[in-house]
Design a protein around this ligand. Structure first.
Ligand code: PEP
Ligand code: MG
Length: 547
C-alpha cells in the first residue's frame, strides 16, 4: 500500500449498537461455482426441490446456532426464513420460471427478487427490511445449488461486504469476527438485529470503500457511526482506554438485569421502554424492561406517501406484544401522534401558522375518524397476542377521551361480530403533555385507566418555549427551571392516585432518563419510568439507590 493510501481516513455510516472494534479489514465476497446450463425442466425441478430441502435443513441449523449464541428472540428470524422457504408462491413461481427455460438457480434468484420487491414496496421500514430476508433465503437455496460461502483468514477481522445476509452473519465463526461493515443494509435488517444480539459492532450504509484497503488497520465506532482507516497511535490509545471503561461499565450494569426494579424503601417502579418499532422491543426485552411505556406508532406512518394498512399495523403491534409477553407490564401503543414537526404526508392539511398549537395528536385523529378506526381495529386484533394498552397523545379535555372511548367500543363490537379474538380488557390511557391535561387529571382519571407524562411537550407548553428552538434550552436546564413542570406532575399524580382502582402514572418524555431527576420524579408519585432501551439499566441502578 502506498504512503498516500495509508493516510488516516474516516468513513461515515449508520452504527448498529453502541460498540467499537479495532482490527484489520477483510473484504468478503460470496464465491459461487459457474452455473450449469439448462438441463431440462425435470432435472432443474429436481435440483430445485433437493436444494430447497437442504436450505430448510440449513435454516434449522442456523436457528439452533443463533439460539445458542444469542437466544430465542434472535433465532426467531430463522422461523420467518423457514416460512418464506415453505411458501407455495415461492416454489410455484420457481417452477413456472423453470418451465419457461430458466435454470433452477436463475429461477430462484428471479422469484426471490420479485417477492423482495413486493416487500420493499410496502414502504414501512419493518416490512421493507423483510425484503432482505427474502433475498437471503433465495440466496441460501442458490448456495445449495451452486455452492456459496467465502473463507475468512485465520486472524480476527472486521468484515467488509456489499451486504450481508443473516445466514452469512451467523455462519461466520464468531470468534474470528470483530465487526461488520456493509455498504448497503439498514438498522432494522435482521443482519443488524443479529449483530446487536451477538454484540458484534456493525456499521451499515457506509459509502463504498475501495478493495485496495483489504488488510488495512481500522477502528470501527458503531456508537458514533464511523470507520477510521489507519488510525493514529493517539486514536488507538484513546479507543483502547474508552473501550475497556465501556466494557467494564456494561458488564457491571448487566448484573442488574435480573434484579427487581425497587426503591430502597421497597416500592416497585415499572421500568418501561420507549420504542419506535420491533427492534426497539427486542432491545428492551434483552435489557430486562418490565414493559413498553411508549410505542411511538407514528414511525409506521412517517416517510411514506400512503397510510399503513390495518394488517401492517396489526403485524407490528402484535409482534411487539408477543416479544414482551412474559413481562409483567403492558405494551403501551401511543395512537398516531402526527402534526407539528411529525408530518405524515398522506394526512398533511393546510399550512398552519402555529403547528405546535395546531391540529396534532388526538386532534388530527379526530379529524380523520377512518384513520382512528383502522388503528383501533389493528390494536384490538393485536391484543389477542399479549398485553396491549392504548394511549392518546395531546389530550386537553375529557370530551376527547370520551369520544375515542365511544369509537373504541364500537370497533370492539364490530370485531367481536366478525368472530375476531380480542383481549377481555384493553386499558385506555392518556398522555399528560399539556398543562390542561395535568390540571384536569382528576376528571380524566375518572375515565382513563392510566397516564404517562410526555415531558418533552409538557415542558414546551408550560414554559411557552418551542422544544425545537435551541436558543430557548436555557429555560429548562436545571431542576429549579423545571419546578413548574414538576409541580404539575405531582398535582396530577396525587389527583390520579386519589381516584384509586390501581390507576397509575408514568413518565415517558426524555427527562425520564435524566437520573439527576429520578428521586424527584419518584417523590412526585411516578409509578413507572419509560426510557429508550440503552438507558434502562442505568435508570434501574438509580431507582434501586433511591429511597
Ligand atoms: C413527549 O412529548 O414527551 C413525548 C413523549 O412525546 P413526543 O416526544 O413523541 O412528542
Ligand atoms: Mg409529545
Amino acid at each position: 500500500m502506498t504512503a498516500e493510501k495509508r493516510e488516516t481516513r474516516v468513513f461515515s455510516g449508520v452504527g448498529v449498537g453502541a460498540l467499537c472494534a479495532s482490527g484489520v479489514l477483510h473484504f468478503w465476497k460470496k464465491q459461487r461455482r459457474e452455473p450449469p446450463s439448462y438441463r431440462g425442466a425435470r432435472a432443474e425441478k429436481q435440483a430445485f426441490s433437493d436444494a430447497l430441502l437442504r436450505a430448510r435443513e440449513r435454516t434449522a441449523v442456523l436457528a439452533r446456532r443463533t439460539e445458542d449464541a444469542a437466544g430465542e428472540d434472535a433465532a426467531a428470524i430463522f422461523e420467518i426464513h423457514d416460512m418464506l422457504l415453505a411458501d407455495a408462491d415461492f416454489s410455484e413461481g420457481v417452477q413456472r420460471k423453470i418451465d419457461s427455460g430458466k435454470t433452477a438457480a436463475e429461477a430462484v434468484e428471479a422469484v426471490a427478487e420479485e417477492m423482495a420487491a413486493v416487500f420493499e414496496a410496502m414502504a414501512d421500514e419493518y416490512f421493507a427490511a423483510r425484503a432482505a430476508d427474502m433475498r437471503d433465503v433465495g440466496s441460501r437455496v442458490v448456495d445449495e445449488l451452486l455452492g456459496g460461502g467465502g473463507e475468512l483468514p485465520d486472524a480476527r477481522v472486521i468484515i467488509v461486504a456489499d451486504e450481508l445476509t443473516p445466514s452469512d452473519t451467523v455462519a461466520f465463526d464468531s470468534d474470528k469476527v470483530l465487526g461488520f461493515v456493509t455498504f448497503g443494509g439498514s438498522v432494522n435488517s435482521h443482519t443488524a438485529i443479529l449483530a446487536r444480539a451477538l454484540s458484534i459492532p456493525a456499521l451499515v450504509r457506509v459509502g463504498e470503500i475501495g478493495e485496495e484497503y483489504d488488510g488495512a488497520e481500522a477502528l470501527l465506532d458503531a456508537e458514533n457511526g464511523t470507520l477510521t482507516l489507519f488510525p493514529t497511535p493517539d486514536m488507538l490509545l484513546k479507543f483502547a482506554t474508552a473501550e475497556s471503561a465501556r466494557r467494564a461499565e456494561e458488564q457491571r450494569l448487566r448484573a442488574l438485569i435480573s434484579l427487581p426494579c425497587v426503591t430502597r424503601s421497597g416500592k416497585k417502579i415499572g421500568l418501561f421502554a420507549n420504542i419506535g418499532g420491533i427492534s426497539g422491543a427486542e432491545e428492551a426485552y434483552r435489557a430486562g424492561a418490565d414493559g413498553i411505556g411508549l410505542f411511538r406508532s407514528e414511525f409506521l406512518f412517517l416517510g411514506r406517501d400512503t397510510l399503513p394498512s390495518e394488517e401492517e399495523q396489526y403485524q407490528a403491534y402484535s409482534r411487539a406484544a408477543r416479544i414482551m409477553k412474559d413481562r409483567d407490564g403492558p405494551v403501551v401503543v401511543r395512537m398516531l401522534d402526527a402534526g407539528s414537526d411529525k408530518v405524515v404526508s398522506a394526512l398533511a392539511g393546510e399550512k398552519e401558522e402555529n403547528p405546535a398549537l395546531g391540529v396534532r395528536g388526538i386532534r388530527l385523529l379526530l379529524s380523520h375518524p377512518d384513520v382512528l378506526r383502522t388503528q383501533l381495529r389493528a390494536l384490538c386484533r393485536a391484543s389477542a397476542h399479549g398485553k396491549i394498552a392504548v394511549m392518546l397523545p395531546m389530550v386537553v379535555s375529557v370530551k376527547e377521551l370520551l369520544y375515542v372511548r365511544g369509537i373504541f367500543e364500537a370497533v370492539r363490537r364490530e370485531l367481536e361480530g366478525e368472530g375476531v379474538p380480542i383481549a377481555q380488557r384493553i386499558p385506555l390511557g392518556v398522555m399528560i403533555e399539556t398543562p390542561a391535561a395535568a390540571i384536569m387529571a382528576r376528571e380524566l382519571a375518572d375515565e382513563a385507566d392510566f397516564f404517562s407524562v410526555g415531558t418533552n411537550d409538557l415542558c414546551q407548553y408550560t414554559l411557552a418555549a418551542d422544544r425545537q428552538n435551541s436558543a430557548l434550552a436555557y429555560l429548562s436546564e436545571s431542576e429549579a427551571d423545571l419546578e413548574c413542570v414538576l409541580r404539575l406532575i405531582k398535582n396530577a399524580a396525587d389527583a390520579i392516585h386519589s381516584v384509586g382502582g390501581g390507576k397509575w402514572i408514568g413518565i415517558c418524555g426524555e427527562l425520564a432518563a435524566d437520573t439527576a431527576l429520578t428521586a424527584r420524579f419518584l417523590e412526585c408519585g411516578a409509578d413507572e419510568l419509560s426510557v429508550s432501551p440503552p438507558f434502562l439499566l442505568k435508570l434501574k441502578e438509580k431507582i434501586r439507590l433511591t429511597d
